[in-house]
Design a protein around this ligand. Sequence first.
Ligand code: SF4
Ligand code: SF4
Length: 418
Amino acid sequence: MSDPSLEINRRDFMHRAAGAALGASALSAAASQAEQGKGGGEKVIWRNKQADMVYCRLGRTDYMCSRLAAGWRGNNRLKKMLLERGVNYFDTARTYTNGNNEKELGELARKYRDRMFLTSKASGLAGYPRLTFEPGQGAKAAETYTRLLEESLGALKVDYLDGYYLHGVSEPWVLETEEIYAAFEKARKAGKVKHYGFTTHSNVPKVLAKAIEVEEKGAIKYDLIMAACNPNSWPERKDLVAKLREKEIGVICMKGTGQIRQATGPRVRKMLEVADSLKLNEAERAYAYLLHIADFDVLISEMQSVAHVEGNLKLPGMKLASGDWGRLKDMVLAEQGGACHHCGRCVEACTEGIDVHDILRYHSYYHQYGHHEDACGHFRDLGYDPVAACSACGRCSAGCPAGIDLEAVMRDMAGRVL
Ligand code: SF4
Ligand code: SF4
């Protein structure tokens, strides 16, 4: 099983490096140019290094990862554009695009496998779209993990994955399931996967706190964590993410734009003038915040048009005067003040067992991302009518730090699938 990565001595590099500083090469030659280390020591691994991209070492994977990563949506023509511009992290999941996304990405991945850090996710196991095991059912979960990994490799038609995530963990205890980790270790030794990870987009602070505890116990090692975070939820993630990075766990930011509240008032209008002069749209402003102010290792984005790709590509290497950074920060926080924190308090508050946060997520798919079919499909898959089940007690909205009217969200979604 070949891994034609470029290896160089880590001491020769700063944590973050622009490809240009290392002598960029064209796509046709990028992956095949080996750079000699200066002997011994720890190594970092390069793939698809390009002049204008900024890279960082992704935790203890030692992989030099583009700070912009390609998420699920967007066709292979757009993904090839990203590859040509130095993006080297490509992500998918077992269930994306009705189970066809791995197959589609596989067509690109097989051609350019040696230029990619390729990850997928075990969906239908750990939380997304459903948690399918209970405490004490680790053996069953391990079997499912192994089956899903084989299915992912088969759909992608590649020999190995760089990372395979437990998809959508919201229950902290899931992270301590030793049997799944043993299944990962077995697959790793067989050369089928390199790094263990999980994603989380609900109950995120508690799940990240558990990840720190698991890491400190030492029996299970998560190398990669993909966590939902937007500028509004960053303050409550900041210390957790710092601790994870201290422990050399690669942290990837997903869902970087929240529900956008329109900026108003003279102060914000003034800031909008600054943003206009920088030529950044709302989503790009949020991403710039997460890459440069929150300083996540990597930000993952689903890029669905050439304009979207071009807009995002300029962000990792973006430079601003310090005063403009301050104005951008103020503005993003004002704009994103209504964004969900993915904290899970609404779910805890609901005595009727309604997964209020998931319903908000489907609402975002519908209104924010325009993914109408997926949003309604997920809502139907709940298998119950949350509006009928709701006692209108108001506890979910009352405890929501973002001040979201969750009953209105449920009613809106219910109205769309009738
Ligand atoms: S208002 Fe409805 S959804 Fe919200 S906590 Fe009460 S019962 Fe649950
Ligand atoms: S309580 Fe509010 S901020 Fe927290 S997950 Fe629920 S909707 Fe999001």
